[in-house]
Design a protein around this ligand. Sequence first.
Ligand code: AMP
Ligand code: ZN
Length: 119
Amino acid sequence: MAGEPQADCLFCRIVAGEVPATVVRESATTVAFRDINPQAPTHVLVIPKVHHPDAASLAAAEPEIAADVLREAGQVVLDEKVEDSGYRIVFNTGAGAGQTVFHAHAHVLAGRGLTWPPG
Ligand code: AMP
Ligand code: ZN
């Protein structure tokens, strides 16, 4: 069923506490943790606790939780004090766009110059 935990999903396993992560924020519906392979001085992932394969699927099925993810990403920006220097919130979607974990997640990137367009 949509939203149910998937035994073979890395981020469901982080939500369940079965895989360790450096958690920086948690809400009733989301977890935020540092990316294991940071691409910028601030690189935090914000995920819904429910499993959906990508951000658009999450927004279609549970729009209020998609909003929670964005709100928590905004709180990460405040916690990391990067709102003035600029930041990027990214949802890679599909293998062709670099998605490697098929559980919706927002990347919050900041702390260095971020070129546009991204590669
Ligand atoms: P994406 O490539 O957009 O699907 O993003 C997946 C992200 O998850 C990558 O930036 C990885 O570095 C990160 N990642 C993979 N395994 C872990 C882990 N165990 N803890 C934290 N981040 C991870
Ligand atoms: Zn999952």
